[in-house]
Design a binder for this molecule. Structure first.
Ligand code: SF4
Ligand code: MSK
Length: 651
């Protein structure tokens, strides 16, 4: 019986990146399937895509397709229990928020645990590194940094402060009463808005659990009330779990500061041991960096015939190590299988989130050791090695992994194909460095951000973030949205895989300004020496965008709330639940936020209108969807212009 040939992706249609195209073609030649091919052979469910399939009980799944040509008259679609399309779409949407918020926040919890361990001096591998940052965050957690002794104010012992910060931070996940302490970091007007709406999160875990309860069969059946809880949980993510993750990581590992590195699979080296770290949580990979750079390991690698050790990263573990150590970025989310298909990946060390299970199948075709390290993220395939990370013996774990990778160098096949493409990138930005580079403050000099927004050299600020999605051309949306924005003098703050895509396109260099920016933004980048696209880090570091916007508000001259600012958000190629949580905390913080690809709301038009129109009257921000990258950017620019007009600065 003839076997039907599998459908394959056209490499040129799959990605704008030449290296990706070449490695995809190699995979196809070798008969190894990748996400790009699977996206061609498996089509998504149209009803699920529209957000109107409910499987919250075993009487379903109940599917409520939108009739062709829309609904005339009353929408009487309902599931077996009577759930309407709005209820089903809202329940699904906030379950995505719960998934995303839990991922970011559990990451934050893990960092808090390591932080506490370091503060208690239970581990040698971790120390409190950035005491300046510790002193900066302590007051936001209600931790005193000074003490009165005999009527005199003295500095408090730093170890004592660290311990109390760790304990107070840990309590944010499960305290029995009150509200999240970081909510008060927002502009006062925004905080009051949340208070009036009753959406101030009580503790991080509770808001996520309550989503699961409310969306259980037969509980909350009002899409507006469901979204209220979605808002609470999303805020608990952005201003809670994510912000705590960012801050505690900065204190433990150092606050990022601009540095130079490289991006794309071309950073891998044929004559080096290549160790690729992938995922999100930097606690183990921080130690891996130190071990891989130790003379002992470099010598061991040389003994085994390699010229050295090349570390590279994928997804947000990459972003974390890039921001603090300049470790080059190997790949975006969609290129993870391709890193192994180079034949030069001696070990891929994964932690949590965005790790495709098919990595194990691809690794079977090569010599690559695939190592899982997190107790909550294992793989069933028998070629996967699990080395469970524990902060108490982190150094031993890291040494074992690096040694295993070096030993594996000798097992490489001869057929190594590393596409020769890589770019220079300047990364490592944060609120502190934006302020430093733009005049040391946000307002009052020729260089400052607020002044340049007011005088129009900078038209506005865009936060462009998020994943790749195999349902759309790899990196195309990211790059085209960002280029359109900077061409129109909108400065871009980026994180996640958007940052990696922009780096691969050469947009994270000061030189990109002269080539791609409008005259105002180009002038500022040239004078100050910054790229027009500022890399702020990983997915949890979207909290840095919230704080940057807050600093702009506090500096004055541009309204008194984030929703007054000429600011817009975007995720051109999103795919993960985390993106929905991020999108919604942007919206609930007052940011007009446009997503590409699709939104799981189109099958429930009333619910869709609620989040994309009515919500603006509540929080000042709203959702939008635009698939075309140029139109997507133009929507953001139109919103920025509207805000400039309202502020009276539309010259
Ligand atoms: Fe169907 Fe209602 Fe059960 Fe959902 S909860 S699967 S709509 S019966
Ligand atoms: S890694 S969540 S694919 S941005 Fe943070 Fe990239 Fe999205 Fe993962």
């Amino acid at each position: 019986k003839a076997v039907k040939a599998p459908k394959l992706a056209d490499p040129k249609e799959a990605s704008i990146d030449l290296g990706t195209q070449e490695l995809l073609a190699r995979a196809q030649k070798l008969g190894i399937d990748t996400v790009f091919d699977r996206a061609v052979s498996m089509k998504p469910c149209a009803i699920g895509m529209q957000g109107i399939c409910c499987k919250n009980c075993s009487m379903g799944p109940c599917r409520l397709p939108l009739p062709k040509g829309g609904i005339e008259g009353e929408d009487d679609r309902k599931g077996l229990c009577g759930a309407t399309a709005n209820t089903i779409a809202a329940r699904n949407f906030i379950r995505m928020i719960a998934g995303g918020a839990s991922a970011h926040s559990d990451h934050g919890r893990c960092v808090a645990e390591v932080f506490l361990s370091a503060a208690r001096k239970e581990t040698e591998a971790y120390q409190i590194k950035d005491t300046e940052k510790l002193l900066a965050i302590a007051p936001h957690l209600g931790v005193a940094t000074t003490v009165e002794v005999d009527g005199e104010t003295k500095d408090r012992d730093i170890d004592e402060i660290a311990l109390e910060v760790g304990e107070v931070a840990m309590a944010e996940w499960g305290k029995p009463s009150g509200e999240l302490l970081y909510m008060k970091r927002a502009p006062e007007a925004l905080y009051e808005k949340w208070k009036k709406q009753g959406v101030l999160p009580r503790n991080i875990d509770r808001e996520i659990v309550e989503i699961m309860h409310r969306t259980h069969m037969g509980v909350d059946q009002d899409y507006k009330n469901l979204m209220k809880q979605g808002t609470r949980a999303a805020l608990a993510d952005g201003w809670g779990g994510s912000m705590l993750a960012t801050d505690l990581q900065d204190v433990l590992f150092g606050t990022p500061y601009p540095l130079q590195s490289e991006a794309n699979l071309g950073i891998m080296k044929e004559d080096h041991v290549n160790i690729i770290v992938h995922g999100h949580e930097p606690v183990l990979s921080e130690i891996l960096v130190a071990v891989a750079q130790s003379q002992e390991m470099i010598d061991y690698a040389k003994e085994k015939g390699a010229k050295g050790i090349q570390l590279g990263g994928i997804c947000c573990t990459a972003n974390e190590l890039l921001q603090r150590h300049g470790i080059p970025t190997a790949a975006t989310f969609l290129q993870q299988e391709l890193a192994i298909i180079t034949g030069a990946c001696d070990a891929m060390v994964v932690d949590i989130q965005c790790i495709m299970q098919n990595l194990a199948n691809v690794a079977k075709c090569f010599h690559t050791k695939l190592i899982t390290t997190h107790p909550i993220a294992k793989m069933e395939q028998d070629n996967v090695i699990h080395i469970e990370f524990d902060e108490h013996h982190a150094l031993e774990d890291a040494k074992r992994i690096v040694k295993m990778s070096i030993d594996n160098f000798a097992n490489r096949g001869t057929d190594v194909v590393i596409p020769p493409y890589k770019t220079t990138q300047i990364a490592g930005f944060g609120v502190e460095s934006i302020q430093y580079h733009l005049g040391g403050t946000f307002r009052g000099t020729y260089y400052t951000l607020n002044d340049n927004i007011i005088n129009g050299r900078i038209r506005g600020i865009a936060g462009v973030v998020g994943c790749n999605n195999a349902r759309t051309k790899h990196n195309d949306g990211h790059v085209r949205v960002v280029k359109e924005l900077i061409k129109n003098d909108v400065i871009v703050l980026t994180t996640g895989c958007n940052a990696i895509a922009c780096a691969m396109e050469g947009l994270l260099t000061p030189e990109a300004a002269a080539v791609h920016c409008g005259p105002g933004l180009a002038e500022i980048c040239e004078v100050v020496g910054i790229p027009p696209v500022l890399h702020l880090g990983s997915c949890v570091d979207n909290s840095r965008i919230l704080l940057a916007a807050t600093e702009v508000v506090k500096a004055g001259g541009l309204g008194n709330d984030i929703c007054d600012l000429p600011v817009a958000g975007s995720a051109p190629e999103w795919m993960s639940e985390k993106a929905i949580s991020i999108g919604h905390y942007f919206v609930a913080s007052g940011v007009y936020t446009v997503f590409g690809v699709t939104l799981p709301t189109s099958g429930a038009p009333v619910f869709h209108d609620y989040i994309s129109k009515e919500m603006e009257n509540i929080y000042g921000g709203k959702w939008d969807l635009e698939v075309d990258p140029v139109k997507h950017a133009q929507l953001m620019i139109a919103h920025i212009d509207k805000k400039r007009k309202e502020l009276g600065i539309d010259k």
